[in-house]
Design a binder for this molecule. Structure first.
Ligand code: SIN
Ligand code: CO
Length: 401
């Protein structure tokens, strides 16, 4: 069969943000090759202004950075400066007219209009999505040529950014040691595109790229997260150790006289496996329950705090029947999995049993109102109250943390 050459650029013309069916994108591009999608969001209007982004960068709890590139008058310098926020408001008017970028992570947790971009990516598991990072760049602003460890969708929000991408099979990946920014020592772009509002570039992990602001521009990076195998193992093993009982030990009641007392023989290794298996490492429900708790907490820069002076349940339910809504804490991630005859809803590291229908509905809803609550089973309603006590939902009058 003739090998198909896949396009690296498509025009979505507003049909779908990917310019193709999600199944085709996932099969041909996801984690495999970059794709430029023109008109992914036609007529795109930025959900956040540069001024509001700068305002957010002044907040103590927001994760923000400013990257500046100093080249000197005749380009004799090549110095990258990185400053971490929060920034004083007075800083912004003093910044130069070019060559700097302000980047703010997790803007979706602070701004509901930015979070409203996420449903466009519902072809991916939500728990794979890390955040929406928003950058504002003055003309010439860039963070240098680099690679990211995670897949990213770079959606142009305002102005224009020129992206240089090395889509070759084995790009050089050595880092410069003179900057915290992990810039590449060598960068040989194979593609160059200028993106305007509504255009989007998808990059799999490990693809060298460099985006330079052509004019003052805002870029939305919808970034993924994927735990390292070592992180998975470390967390799971910690949990197994915590639940283990020291009396569960390597045991050898079947021992026969050694032919060589210094040999670790095949029977001994079999007993090692028996001792490890006693930890129930390979029990799929145990693994699934741990993973759900792990992944709904993983890489979270903020967390819900248990509620203080919560009104009695009867009052909470009265609030719901009178139009009140419980608002999911912006940092609370939810996911669910089938377990036994029902499901487990995972929320910010908690695991709650309930019917599949309830878990599905709660995981999909950011707010719980009367209709949703009344339609839940007893287990589902109990879980909502438990999640409220743990701070994963907030009563409307509560201050967002
Ligand atoms: C940016 O928005 O300036 C940088 C995003 C990236 O390269 O990942
Ligand atoms: Co990047």
């Amino acid at each position: 069969m003739a090998k198909r050459t896949l396009p690296i650029e498509v025009d979505a013309a507003g049909r779908t943000p990917l310019g193709m069916a999600p199944a085709v994108f996932l099969r041909d591009y996801w984690q495999k090759r970059p794709l430029l999608i023109r008109n992914a969001f036609p007529g795109f209007e930025t959900p956040i202004s540069p001024e509001d982004l700068a305002g957010l960068a002044c907040e103590e709890a927001a994760l923000s950075r400013i990257v500046m590139h100093e080249t000197g008058y005749s380009g004799e310098l090549d110095q990258w400066l990185l400053r971490h926020g929060p920034f004083p408001e007075e800083l912004f008017p003093t910044l130069p007219t070019q060559d700097w970028t302000l980047l703010v992570q997790d803007v979706d947790k602070w701004d509901a209009d930015v979070a409203a971009l996420l449903p466009a990516f519902d072809f991916l598991p939500r728990w794979r999505i890390d955040d929406v990072m928003v950058s504002f760049a003055a003309p010439g602003g860039s963070v240098g040529a680099h690679v990211d460890q995670y897949d990213v969708f770079l959606l142009q929000g305002l102005g224009h950014r020129r992206w240089l991408v090395d889509a070759s099979a084995r790009p050089p990946l050595e880092f410069r040691t003179d900057s915290e920014l992990k810039l590449l020592t060598q960068f040989h772009p194979t593609h160059e595109w200028t993106l305007g509002p509504g255009d989007m570039l998808y990059l799999p992990p490990g693809v060298p790229h460099h985006g330079i602001a052509e004019d003052a521009c805002l870029t939305f990076s919808i970034g993924m997260r994927a735990p390292a195998a070592s992180e998975l193992l470390g967390d799971f093993v910690d949990e197994l150790i915590e639940a283990s009982d020291e009396s569960q030990r390597y045991a050898d009641p079947d021992l026969v006289a050694a032919t060589d007392p210094n040999e670790i023989d095949a029977d001994a290794m079999q007993r090692v496996l028996v001792a490890l298996n006693a930890l129930r490492m390979n029990d799929p429900d145990r693994l699934g329950d741990w993973f759900g708790r792990f992944i709904t907490q993983y890489r979270s820069a903020g967390e819900a705090m248990p509620a203080t002076d919560l009104p009695p349940r009867i009052e909470i339910e009265w609030t719901l029947t009178h139009g009140g809504q419980l608002l999911r804490h912006p940092w609370t991630r939810m996911a669910w999995r089938r377990a036994g005859r029902g499901a487990r809803l995972f929320a910010g590291g908690l695991s709650l049993p309930m019917p599949v229908r309830d878990a599905r509905r709660l995981a999909a809803a950011t707010n719980v109102g009367d209709a949703l609550y009344a339609g839940l089973s007893q287990a589902g309603r109990d879980a909502v109250i438990e999640l409220l006590a743990a701070g994963h939902y907030q009563l409307p009058s509560d201050e967002a943390e």
